[in-house]
Write a new protein. Structure first.
Length: 478
C-alpha cells in the first residue's frame, strides 16, 4: 500500500475528522505517496495506512497505484475488509463485534461468527488476495481476541477496567488541552468588559456626531497595559476627534459637567477648561486601564469560585482548569500558585497511574505498540521514572519499532539506575536487535557483573555466544 498516491475527493463529509486525519489531509497533494505522507506526518506505516483507509471508506480521499494487486474479491468484499481494517486499531472489543456492554456469552459468540465470516481464512482458501491477505489476517486475529476476552468473565472484567482507564486518560488529556482555550476565553472576556465599560463612561458626543465604531485596543498580556505606542496614540486621538464631532480645535467636557442653560446670566461661574484631543485620548486610555483592572479582578473571583466548587465535588479536572486561568490573571499571587501546584500534582499522579495500568494491560495482551506509547506518556509526566523508560524501550523492541528511540530511552534508564541489571539487559537487547554486537557485549557484561545468576542475562549471553562464537569475558574492574 506504500505505493499508493492518495488524492482528495469532493464526496464525503470532511468536517467530521479528528486532528490526525485533518493533518494528513493537509499533506495530500496528489503527488506524494502514502509512505512520504506518513514520514512527514510522523506516523508509522501501519498508522498512515489505517488513516487513509478510514478517509477512503468515508469518501473523503481516493488513490491510484502503479499496478493494482490481482485480488479475487468483489468490490463489496473489498469494502468490508477495508472498513474493518480501518476500525481494528481504534474500536473496542464491544464496538468491533457490535455488541452492547452487557452482552452475554451467547450474544458475543453469535456476533463473532457473523463478523468473522467475512474474513475467515477458510472461506478464501486458494484465492488470490494480494495486499488484502495481511489485512484480513489482522482483522481475524483481532476479532478472535475480542471474542476470547469477552467470553471469559475474568479477562472481561480486566478489559472493562482497561477501557475505563483509557477513557479517563483521554478525558484528562482533553482537559489539559482545553485549558489553553479557557485561558484565551477569560482574557478575551476581560478585554471586552474593559472596552465596554470605558466606552460607556465617556461623555456623549454632540448631537451631530455618532458613537465611535472602533474598539479600544487591548493590552498584549493580561497585565494592565503601561506604555502607549505611537499607533495607539494616533488611534486614541482619532477616537477623541470623533467624540468631539470632528470639530477643528474642538474639545470635550470632563465627565459630570453639564452644558449651561441658554439663558444663563453673564455672571454665572466660568466653565471648566475643555479637553484637547490629546487629553481626551489620555482620559479614555486611563479609564480603559481602570476598567481592565476591575474586569480582571472580576474574572479572578469567578475562576476562584469555580475552583472552590470543583474541589468541593472532587472534580480535580475542573479545579485545575480554573486555577490555571486564575494563575494567569495574577501570576504573582502565591496562594493561587500554591493551589495550582497542588491541583497539577493531583492531575499528574492520577494520569500517571492511569498510564501505568494501561501499559501493563497492553503488555499482557501483547499489544506492544500501544504499551510503548503508554509507558512513554508516563515517562513524559515523570522524567525520572526509570521503570517507564525501561519498559517503553522493551515494548518498542517487541513491537519491532524504532530501535534508535528504544536505545535512547534505555540509556536514560541506565543513567537513573546504574546499579540495576534489568536496565542493562534491556539496553543490551536493543543493541542485539540493531545488530550492534560490540555494544551489546559490553552492556551485557555489565549486566552479568550485577546479576551473575540471572537466567535472563544467561539467555542473552547465549545469544551473544552465537554471534561471537565464544563466551564473552567480563572485563577487569576499573
Amino acid at each position: 500500500m506504500t505505493a499508493i498516491v492518495p488524492h482528495l475527493r469532493n464526496a464525503g463529509d470532511a468536517t467530521q475528522v479528528d486532528a490526525v486525519e485533518r493533518f494528513v489531509l493537509s499533506l495530500i497533494d496528489g503527488t506524494r505517496d502514502a509512505k512520504a505522507i506518513g514520514e512527514e506526518a510522523g506516523l508509522e506505516l501501519a498508522q498512515i495506512e489505517a488513516v487513509l483507509i478510514r478517509l477512503k471508506t468515508r469518501g473523503i480521499v481516493d488513490w491510484t497505484t502503479a499496478a493494482e494487486d490481482e485480488v479475487e474479491l468483489d468490490d463489496s468484499q473489498k469494502s468490508t475488509v477495508l472498513a474493518l481494517f480501518a476500525r481494528v486499531g481504534q474500536a473496542s472489543h464491544y464496538e468491533l463485534l457490535a455488541v452492547p456492554r452487557d452482552a452475554d456469552k451467547k450474544a458475543v459468540k453469535k456476533a463473532y461468527y457473523a463478523v468473522a465470516m467475512a474474513v475467515h481464512p477458510d472461506r478464501f482458501f486458494r484465492k488470490k488476495l494480494g495486499s488484502f491477505k495481511g489485512k484480513m489476517e489482522v482483522i481475524f486475529t483481532r476479532l478472535t481476541e475480542a471474542h476470547d476476552v469477552l467470553s471469559d468473565a475474568t479477562r472481561r472484567a480486566e478489559y472493562d477496567q482497561y477501557i475505563g482507564n483509557t477513557q479517563q486518560a483521554r478525558a484528562i488529556e482533553e482537559m489539559i488541552a482545553r485549558t489553553a482555550e479557557a485561558l484565551a476565553r477569560a482574557e478575551a472576556e476581560v478585554r471586552r468588559e474593559a472596552e465596554a465599560a470605558a466606552a460607556a463612561s465617556m461623555p456623549p458626543p454632540a448631537a451631530a456626531t455618532t458613537r465611535p465604531s472602533g474598539s479600544i485596543p487591548a493590552p498584549v498580556t493580561s497585565r494592565a497595559p503601561t506604555a502607549i505606542s505611537v499607533d495607539d496614540k494616533a488611534r486614541r486621538e482619532a477616537l477623541a476627534k470623533r467624540l468631539l464631532g470632528n470639530r477643528p480645535g474642538g474639545s470635550i467636557r470632563p465627565p459630570g459637567m453639564t452644558s449651561p442653560p441658554p439663558s444663563a446670566p453673564a455672571s454665572s461661574a466660568p466653565e471648566r477648561p475643555k479637553l484637547t484631543t490629546e487629553e481626551a485620548a489620555a482620559l479614555l486610555r486611563k479609564r480603559y486601564e481602570e476598567r481592565f483592572v476591575q474586569a480582571k479582578e472580576g474574572q479572578l473571583k469567578k475562576q476562584l469560585k469555580l475552583a472552590d466548587d470543583a474541589e468541593d465535588r472532587n472534580d480535580f479536572e475542573a479545579a485545575y482548569t480554573a486555577l490555571r486561568v486564575a494563575n494567569q490573571m495574577v501570576p504573582e499571587d502565591r496562594n493561587v500558585a500554591a493551589r495550582l501546584a497542588v491541583a497539577h500534582q493531583r492531575a499528574a499522579e492520577q494520569l500517571s497511574q492511569v498510564y501505568r495500568d494501561k501499559a501493563i494491560y497492553e503488555a499482557t495482551a501483547q499489544h506492544w505498540e500501544e504499551s510503548a506509547k503508554s509507558w512513554r506518556k508516563l515517562a513524559e509526566l515523570n522524567p525520572n521514572n526509570w521503570e517507564a523508560l525501561e519498559r517503553a524501550a522493551d515494548a518498542i523492541v517487541r513491537a519491532k519499532g524504532n530501535l534508535h528511540l528504544a536505545a535512547e530511552l534505555a540509556k536514560r534508564a541506565v543513567d537513573l539506575q546504574p546499579g540495576n541489571a534489568q536496565v542493562y539487559v534491556t539496553l543490551g537487547t536493543v543493541y542485539l536487535e540493531a545488530g550492534q554486537r560490540t555494544g551489546a557485549r559490553a552492556i551485557l557484561e555489565r549486566a552479568r557483573a550485577l546479576a551473575p545468576t540471572s537466567p535472563v542475562v544467561a539467555s542473552l549471553f547465549s545469544s551473544v555466544q552465537k554471534l561471537f562464537g565464544s563466551e564473552p569475558k567480563t572485563p577487569p574492574e576499573g
